[in-house]
Design a protein around this ligand. Structure first.
Ligand code: NAD
Length: 487
C-alpha cells in the first residue's frame, strides 16, 4: 500500500522518489510505503489551501459548523475501520483506539462545529462614536503532529482552525501517516471545499518547509520540546503565530488521606495507557511516606496483571512501542535507572509471549516498569521517557512535595489525590502546570483547555480558549460626529 498525500480534494502521489516503509510496531511487518513531500507538493498544497480559505471564510459560521458536524458523524460511522488503522500504525490496543482516539477526534469536530456560529466580537459604546471587534481568521494554518495520538491531534488542530474560517495543511508524524487521510476524506464528503484540509507526508524537513513558507500564517505543533524550540525560532523570522503542545515529566501527588484504590488506578492510567507514550503522563508519582508501602504493594500487583500483547486483540490492555529505535531509547533509560541506584521493582524487559501465550518477540513490546528507591536528581526522574516507566518517590510534607514537583523545566500536567477538599485546591494552585486533575488523571474533556506551562508549550488546545489561537482581532472605531482636528 502507498500512503499518499491529500491535496486539493484528492489522494495525490508525490513526484518525489524519496520514500520509506511504515512498519507495524506489533510485529515490524511493513504496512506500506510513504513518500516524502517535495517543494512542488508543498506549493500545490499551499495554492489549494489559499483557494479554499477564500471560499471558506466567506461562509457563515453556521455553514462552517454544519460541515464539521457532518465530518464528525462520518468519523463515528467509520469507527471500526479508523480505530484499526490507528492500532496498526501506533501499536496501541484496539480497545483504546475504539474508546478514545476516534471519538476524541469526533468530539472536537462536534464541539467546534457547534460553536462556529458563536465566534463573535464585542461592541463598545463610545462618546459620539462606537467601536467593535472582529475575530478574523489567520489564513492558511499548518498542523504538525506527533505519532502517539494521530487522528486526535489532527482533529484537535483542524476543528478550531476550520471553525474560525481558516484552512489547514496537516503533516502527520512520519511514523503514523494513515489516519489524517481518513480525516481529509471525511471533510470532503461532509462538503468542505477542496483544499480546506490538505495532508502532506514527510519527516521534520517537510515540517520545516511549512514553517518557512511565507504564505502559511500559523504553525501548530504537537511534539517534543526540542522540535518546539526549532519551530519557534523558525517562525520568529516571519513573526508567525505558533501553538506548541510539547512534552512533560509531570507529577502525580498522593496524600495519606487519599482513596488508595482510586489513586492506584490513576497512577496506572497516568503511566501505562498507550504503552506510556502520553505527553501528560504523571511519571513522577509522589506518595506520602505513611501510605507508601501499601500503595506500592497494590500498584505492583495491578501492574503485573496488565494484559500485554497483540494490539488488535480486544482483551489486550498494553500494546507495542512505536518503533524499535524508540524501544531501545526506553531500554536505555531503564538501564540508566538501574545504574544510578534505583530499584527496578517489576517489568522493564522484553517479553517473549503475550498474555495469551502468543510469540511477540518480533514486536516492540516492553513490560510495564516500576522504579522505586528513586531520587529526584536521577535521569529517570528528570527526563521524559515516553514509555511504560513509572518512578515512585516518597514525601513527608505538603510544602516539600510542592517544591519537588515544581522542580522541573516542564509544566504540562499535574495531579493531586486527597480527600481534603481544601488541600486539593491549595496544592493544585501552587503547581506550575497547565493541565491539572484532582482525584483523577489524564482525563481530557474537549470543554477544558489543554496545554503546558514552562517548556511544555505555548497556547492552548480545546475549549473556547482555542479560538484566540486561530483568529486575529481587528478593532474598528466608527465616528458618529465630526472629526476633532487641531489643523
Ligand atoms: P517530534 O518532536 O520528534 O516530532 C513531532 C512532529 O514534528 C513530527 O511530525 C516531526 O516530523 C515534526 N518535526 C520534527 N522536526 C521538525 C522541524 N525541525 N520542523 C518542523 N517539524 C519538525 O515528537 P514525536 O517523537 O513525534 O512525539 C513525541 C513528543 O510529542 C513527546 O515529547 C510528547 O510529550 C510530545 N507530545 C505532546 C503532546 C501535547 O499535547 N502536549 C501530545 C502528544 C505528544
Amino acid at each position: 500500500m502507498l500512503y499518499t498525500q491529500f491535496i486539493d480534494g484528492a489522494l495525490t502521489a508525490s513526484s518525489n522518489r524519496e520514500s520509506w516503509i511504515n512498519y507495524n510496531p506489533a510485529n515490524n511487518n511493513p504496512l506500506g510505503e510513504v513518500s516524502q513531500a517535495n517543494d512542488q507538493d508543498i506549493e500545490a498544497a499551499v495554492n489549494s489551501s489559499e483557494k479554499a480559505f477564500h471560499i471558506w471564510k466567506a461562509k457563515t459560521g453556521a455553514e462552517r459548523g454544519r460541515v464539521l458536524l457532518k465530518a464528525a458523524h462520518i468519523l463515528r460511522s467509520r469507527l471500526d475501520k479508523i480505530a484499526l488503522l490507528e492500532t496498526q500504525d501506533v501499536g496501541k490496543p484496539i480497545s483504546e483506539s475504539l474508546a478514545v482516539d476516534v471519538s476524541s477526534a469526533a468530539d472536537a469536530l462536534e464541539y467546534f462545529g457547534g460553536m462556529a456560529a458563536g465566534v463573535h466580537g464585542e461592541f463598545f459604546d463610545l462618546k459620539n462614536a462606537f467601536g467593535y471587534t472582529r475575530p478574523e481568521p489567520l489564513g492558511v494554518c499548518a498542523g504538525i503532529g506527533a505519532w502517539n495520538y494521530p487522528i486526535q491531534i489532527a482533529a484537535w488542530k483542524a476543528a478550531p482552525a476550520l471553525a474560525c474560517g481558516n484552512s489547514m495543511i496537516f503533516k502527520p508524524s512520519e511514523l503514523t501517516p494513515a489516519t489524517a487521510l481518513e480525516l481529509a476524506e471525511a471533510f470532503m464528503e461532509a462538503g468542505a471545499p477542496a483544499g480546506l484540509f490538505n495532508v502532506v507526508q514527510g519527516d521534520g524537513r517537510v515540517g520545516s518547509m511549512l514553517v518557512d513558507h511565507p504564505r502559511i500564517a500559523k504553525i501548530s505543533l504537537t511534539g517534543s520540546v526540542s522540535t518546539g524550540k526549532k519551530i519557534l525560532t523558525g517562525a520568529a523570522t516571519q513573526m508567525k503565530r505558533v501553538t506548541l503542545e510539547l512534552g512533560g515529566k509531570s507529577p502525580l501527588i498522593i496524600f495519606e488521606d487519599a482513596d488508595i484504590d482510586n489513586a492506584v488506578s490513576a497512577a496506572l492510567l497516568a503511566n501505562f495507557y498507550t504503552q506510556g507514550e502520553v505527553c501528560s503522563n504523571g511519571t513522577r508519582v509522589f506518595v506520602h511516606r505513611q501510605i507508601f508501602d501499601s500503595f506500592l504493594m497494590k500498584l505492583k500487583g495491578r501492574t503485573e496483571k496488565i494484559r500485554l500483547g497483540d494490539p488488535t486483540d480486544p482483551d489486550t490492555q498494553m500494546g507495542a512501542l512505536i518503533s524499535k529505535v524508540h524501544m531501545e531509547k526506553v531500554i536505555r533509560f531503564i538501564d540508566s535507572g538501574k545504574s544510578s541506584g534505583a530499584t527496578l521493582l517489576t517489568g522493564g524487559f522484553r517479553p517473549e509471549e503475550d498474555f495469551k501465550g502468543r510469540d511477540i518477540t518480533s514486536g516492540n513490546f516492553l513490560t510495564p516498569a516500576i522504579f522505586t528507591d528513586c531520587d529526584d536528581s536521577m535521569e529517570i526522574c528528570k527526563e521524559e521517557i515516553f514509555g511504560p516507566v513509572l518512578t515512585i518517590l516518597s514525601f513527608d510534607s505538603e510544602e516539600e512535595v510542592i517544591e519537588r514537583a515544581n522542580n522541573s523545566a516542564y509544566g504540562l500536567a499535574a495531579g493531586v489525590f486527597t480527600n481534603d477538599i481544601k488541600r486539593g485546591h491549595r496544592v493544585i494552585h501552587q503547581l506550575q502546570a497547565g493541565t491539572c486533575w484532582i482525584n483523577n488523571y489524564n482525563v481530557t474533556p474537549i470543554e477544558l483547555p489543554f496545554g503546558g506551562y514552562k517548556q511544555s508549550g505555548l497556547g492552548r488546545e480545546n475549549s473556547l480558549a482555542a479560538i484566540q489561537y486561530y483568529t486575529q482581532l481587528k478593532s474598528v472605531y466608527v465616528e458618529l460626529g465630526n472629526v476633532d482636528s487641531p489643523y
